[in-house]
Design a protein around this ligand. Structure first.
Ligand code: ADP
Ligand code: MG
Length: 280
């Protein structure tokens, strides 16, 4: 693996440690090795972006970190605690995670406020406290005034803001996002990237975000992990030493473009088209 980084995986006590992760999928008539030899430490508070060609195992790796998939081999530790003990999942670790997928997956029969506060309700938080917290979260993600609306009344970008608010409702230490802005138009996406950066800087949580937009990766990340085509291996770790907060104009800086080109060249060697926003 190539490490274009000064401090790849500097360990901290609160970080996430992936050791020897391997994922083999067995279907009726074939075996698919989706991921192999994933060894990585993600520092507390870091913004890590997973980048790679379609089918290289990005979603699988995120699902493994989210505890939604037990890896065939290897371990996931969060803050020194193993996510799995044999076949049983450590729910105390799960409680520190918030997850956002490409589709907002809001319940259509619940108001935005009730959707956002659902994780709190499931934890027994009372109604007035839930409402207060939902208001704060709506303000944080920029949808104040839409608390009583139905999901269908919101644009795609606003629904995704609500999904982020819901993921943040229980103040997770780790926010996991799988192509959260993949279905949005380019302008909305740029705006969401800026806002996500702000939310992350305000909350201090660790973010692991999957994308196949190189530009989005360079804009958001402290480090980019580029995975190789299947079976996904750690191909490149790239530090992004651009000062924060970053505004959209950093995209026209020479430093930004050099990093973008470097990653694009590497992805091109995999035979991946690098059209922004294509594929899945
Ligand atoms: N539950 C599953 N059963 C069998 N194969 C799977 C399963 N999930 C993912 N795969 C396969 O593993 C590989 C990686 O998939 P995925 O993690 O979704 O890639 P990415 O998100 O990078 O596009 C693909 O070849 C996919 O078909
Ligand atoms: Mg995926």
């Amino acid at each position: 693996m190539e490490v274009m980084s000064d401090a790849a995986g500097s360990a901290t006590g609160d970080g996430i440690v992936l050791s020897g992760i391997e994922q083999l999928f067995r279907t009726k008539d074939q075996e698919v090795l989706a991921l192999t030899e994933i060894d990585l430490t993600i520092s507390a508070g870091e913004f890590l972006v997973l980048l790679g060609p379609s089918g290289c195992g990005k979603t699988t790796l995120l699902r493994i970190i989210a505890g939604l998939q037990q890896p065939t081999n290897g371990s996931v530790e969060v803050g020194g605690n193993s996510l799995w003990r044999n076949a049983s999942r450590n729910d105390a670790v799960m409680a520190e995670l918030g997850v956002v997928f490409q589709e907002a997956n809001l319940f259509p029969w619940m108001t935005i406020e009730d959707n956002i506060a659902l994780p709190l309700k499931l934890r027994g938080v009372g109604k007035s406290e839930r409402r207060k917290r939902a208001r704060e979260l709506c303000e944080m993600v920029g949808i104040t005034g839409f608390e009583k609306r139905w999901p269908r009344e919101l644009s795609g970008g606003m629904r995704q803001r609500a999904a982020i608010a819901r993921a943040l409702s229980c103040r997770p230490k780790i926010l996991l996002m799988d192509e959260p802005f993949g279905a949005l138009d380019a302008m909305t996406r740029d705006q969401m990237n800026s806002e996500l950066q702000r939310i992350w800087m305000d909350s201090g949580c660790t973010v692991i975000l999957v994308t196949h937009s190189i530009r989005e990766a360079v804009f958001l990340a402290d480090r980019v992990l580029l995975l190789s085509p299947r079976p996904g291996r750690m191909d490149t770790i790239r530090d992004i030493p651009i000062a924060r907060p970053r505004d959209i104009y950093v995209q026209s800086m020479a430093e930004f473009q050099e990093i973008e080109t470097e990653l694009r060249r590497r992805l091109d060697t995999f035979g991946e088209t690098t059209d922004e926003g294509s594929g899945s």
